[in-house]
Design a protein around this ligand. Sequence first.
Ligand code: AHR
Length: 541
Amino acid sequence: MKYLSRRKFLQHTAVGGAAIIAARTLRATEPEIGIEVLLDEPIGTISPDLYGHFTEHIGGVIYDGIWVGEDSKVSNVGGIRQALVEHMRRIKPSVVRWPGGCFADSYDWRDGIGPRAGRPRRTNFWVNEPFLQKAPDGPVKYDPNQFGTNEFMHFCKLIGAQPYLATNLRSNTAKDFYQWVEYCNAPAGVTTLSDQRAAAGDTEPFRVRFWGVGNESWGCGGNFTPEEYAMEFRRFTAWVPSYGVPLAFIGSGPNGGDVDWTKRFFAGLLERDRGLLRSLYGWALHYYCGTAGKGDAIGFTEGDWYELLAKALRMETLIQEHWAAMAERDPRHQVKLIVDEWGAWHHAGTQVDSSHLFGQTSTMRDALVAGLTLDTFNRHADKVAMANVAQLINNLHSLFLAVGDKFVATPNFYVFEMYAAHHRGKSVRTVFNIPEITHEQGKPESVPALAGSASLHNKRLILTVVNPHASESRRGKIDVRGATVRSARGQVLAADDIHAHNTFEHPHAVETRDVSVETTGSALEHDFPPASVTRLEIELG
Ligand code: AHR
């Protein structure tokens, strides 16, 4: 066994260095891990928008997930599932993206306004999915448009989040786009569209700031080349009336590591006028992790566990690579990165209803993906302006599952609840001094022995730490450089079984619990249980 030199591990501040891990050979007898929090090395402010959500008209996300209807026997607030509203308030969501996803580029916003009884039924983008072949002819195949713009805005208002609308670039026009802006943002009484909104009871404009210009324009959003998409982006965003709202346009960015898409889009955007950088608020990367062939969500092996966590950690490289590519045309980084779809994607089989396309049951493994990913965003708070986990309910990497009056929070929810403490904090560099561990056997998956992030809130430090090891705890000695430690307390999400998950029958199988933290003088020592996500709240002197 060989240890990294101090200089070498300081170069590995991202996740604290890469330990080559083979699950079968990592030993519990490893010495404790030094975690240094460097208060005088700020990275940036952690925007609550990094903890955003995504909702699409797909499977059970909208109908049966968010929207149950006013006449439903399921407790609701104006048609919106009450249990969902109550849980969302607990995690202080800042932004929700809607109506897609791929669905967005088939959606006509006009179908979803006006009296609900008169709204048209339209073929859902996802109707051809083989998974839905045997599903009844419900909303998953034919959208009844009962949940439209006003209903989405009410949902956002109820949970205290900002709306982020994705416009249809593939099958609607630029005029449809700016008229949607008008419907949402023009004051009542000034245009026919704003009067239509007011007639539905919303006299106050929605003041929507975030507008996605298409979705996955390299694929379901139109099969464009980057140059073609850049041209469409320029056309769609030219001279959109703002009604006093600082509109923030978000470009349809790359699929995972497709740096070529990023480079060629930026070149195309600036081809006519360098000033057009100003028309782009954020560049939206999509990245899903999954095991080979998108393996089972619950019935996975220990090897699958490490494979997925290693893939989740790839987010760090993706952020760095696209950030560097953007710098070639935007050296002052006026444009920030957005990750408006991320999460673990497993194959079908664990959905709670047979109509829930892409529905899956999230386990502790997915909770660790969430922790590792949110920590990555915190560590790059200077680069990433927003992120939206896909998707909120009854879908990939969901925080909730629901069918009829049954509702349960998944382990992912608890990670978001713990990490809400990071919101608006100052992200500070945190170094995990990890011994380099090499193994003769096992898959060449690389995960750190511990990973995390820290944020400062006046005299309170929030440190979140993931222990990716499937069966062994790790002891960490935490050194807060530049302050003394007065007291500390902790919360942990852990389970005896890496496959643990919540069900309608056992909704509390996986939950956070409070833990005590040892403080010795100015240092802290803590045992991070196997396969866990921990939050420490440290009061500084
Ligand atoms: O989240 C499911 C789908 O994944 C979205 O509709 C699409 O944008 C992505 O490919």
